[in-house]
Structures are given as structure tokens and as C-alpha cells.
Design a protein around this ligand. Structure first.
Ligand code: BT5
Length: 238
């Protein structure tokens, strides 16, 4: 079931108390949110969508869901013929280095999660926030005829359902192999660990969904998503 609205504060909040496998789409959001309460520009013409999904018990499911959701969006984009998609940890969807989509996972009720998906389509976020100029990508930049928003929502929801069921049935290792192919080449990154900065090479995620950082001596460290406030990509390794 997909509920559709003209304007809401945030589709994640509207979805907070809905049953699993329902979803909410709005034409605009007045308080669209990113991770760590960052602002998400949600102007007319973009896809602002939240899906309620069942969440298995245990840390591994909680860690893997945001990554699996990123995989689902990439799969949906591949269906539309967009092949040069990559993920920036944890689940920013980039095309040619610019952000096409972002995901925000909330848990309001035990046993289910809200997967918030923001995807630029024909909207112009840089007109609302000039800081986004040269940082954002839109489907309209990539496709001459992007799908209508309800159709796009249904496509992404179908992919999300598929990966969520796979995660529940088979666990995260089978998904992490595919997710690890989506980061692109290894990159030197700087992590903001809630104020403490640390540099190394990002090499993907482990089978439990934790970020793997390798320092100059080759030592691996593992981080859960809530420990990393921000990941900045510095440059690619040769
Ligand atoms: C995200 O956060 O990327 C998660 C975005 C999730 C938005 C969806 S829309 C439906 C649902 N309802 C909500 O209220 N939220 C979800 P984060 O990784 O923290 O990135 C936030 C940063 O992305 C901002 O600080 C800006 O730099 C940038 N940004 C803001 N609006 C953008 C846009 N429309 N397109 C690309 N980048 C944007």
C-alpha cells in the first residue's frame, strides 16, 4: 500500500506507526531530514518516499539494513538503464561523483524500520540551497524521460522488498558481497568519529555490516554506522 500526500513535514514521521510493507510518498517535505538531523532539501519534482519494513532481531540486521537499502536503490537504477552508480558509505547513491539519492533509516517501533529514500528526479535542490550546486545529480540529468514519481516509487519498493526478504532469509554475508562491489575503487577517507578525526583506506564492509578502515600499517579497524558522523572521501588509491 502506497499512501501519497502533497506536503508533509517528513515522510519518515508519517510512516512511523504504519504496518510493514506500507509506504508513504509526498510531493514535498517541509522538514526533510538526513542522518544526524542534517537538512534534506525536498522540493517539488523529487522522490520523497518512506517504506516500513520488518526488522529482524539482532545487531547484524540493524547494521545491514541501511546497506541493503542502498543496494536496492542501485538495483532499481540499473533497471532504469543507469549503470554508473556507486555507493558512498553508508548509503549515498552517487553518479559521476554527485549525490543522486540518500537514505535515512529510523526505528520508531520494535520489530520494524522506516527506510526513507530521497532521490532527485526533476527537482532543483541547488535552487533551495546554493551550497548543493555541483554536488547533486538528478534523474532528469541522466534520462531523457524519467519515470513518473508513483511508478518510480513502486519500482524502488519492489527492489527494497526483495533485499529485505533476502536479508531475513539468508543473512547479510550474501548481500555484503554485492554491496562491496558498489563502493568503487578503494579510497583514502577521513572519518569523523563524533569529533575525533581518523584517516585510512576504506575497503568496504565486513560480513556484519561494519565499515572497515585500514591504516598506514595495514591494521584494520571496524566501525558501526552510528559511530561515524561523516565520511569524507579524500582521493582514490592508484
Ligand atoms: C541522507 O542524509 O542522505 C538521507 C536523506 C534521506 C531523505 C529522505 S526523503 C524521504 C525521507 N524523509 C525524510 O525526512 N528523510 C528521508 P545525509 O547522509 O546526512 O546527507 C545529508 C546531506 O545531503 C545534507 O547535509 C546536504 O549536504 C545534502 N543534501 C541535502 N539535500 C539534498 C538533495 N536533495 N540532494 C542531494 N544532496 C542533498
Amino acid at each position: 500500500m502506497l499512501y501519497e500526500y502533497e506536503t508533509v513535514a517528513s515522510t519518515n514521521l508519517i510512516a512511523a506507526n504504519l504496518e510493514p510493507w506500507t509506504a508513504v510518498r509526498a510531493d514535498t517535505q517541509t522538514s526533510g531530514r538526513g542522518r544526524f538531523q542534517r537538512t534534506w532539501v525536498s522540493d517539488l519534482g523529487g522522490l520523497w518516499l518512506s517504506a516500513v519494513v520488518p526488522l529482524g532481531e539482532g545487531e547484524i540486521h540493524r547494521r545491514a539494513l541501511p546497506l541493503a537499502a542502498g543496494l536496492a536503490i542501485c538495483n532499481g537504477l540499473h533497471d532504469l538503464g543507469i549503470s554508473e552508480v556507486r555507493l558512498r558509505w553508508p548509503n549515498d547513491v552517487l553518479v559521476h561523483g554527485r549525490k543522486l539519492a540518500g537514505l535515512l533509516i529510523d526505528q520508531f517501533v520494535a520489530g520494524r524500520a522506516v527506510v526513507g529514500i530521497g532521490l532527485n528526479v526533476k527537482n532543483q535542490p541547488e535552487k533551495c540551497d546554493p551550497n548543493l550546486a555541483n554536488h547533486v545529480r538528478r534523474l532528469a540529468d541522466l534520462l531523457s524521460n524519467p519515470p513518473e514519481l508513483p511508478d518510480l516509487a513502486r519500482l524502488l519498493l519492489a527492489h527494497l522488498k526483495r533485499v529485505v526478504i533476502e536479508l531475513a532469509d539468508n543473512g547479510s554475508p550474501s548481500l555484503s558481497l554485492r554491496i562491496n562491489k558498489l563502493w568503487g575503487v578503494p579510497r583514502t577517507v577521513e572519518l569523523d568519529l563524533n569529533g575525533r578525526l581518523c584517516r585510512g583506506t576504506f575497503t568496504g564492509v565486513d560480513s556484519e555490516g561494519r565499515l572497515i578502515l585500514v591504516d598506514h600499517s595495514g591494521t584494520q579497524s571496524f566501525y558501526d554506522a552510528h559511530e561515524v558522523r561523516h565520511l569524507t572521501e579524500l582521493h582514490c588509491l592508484p
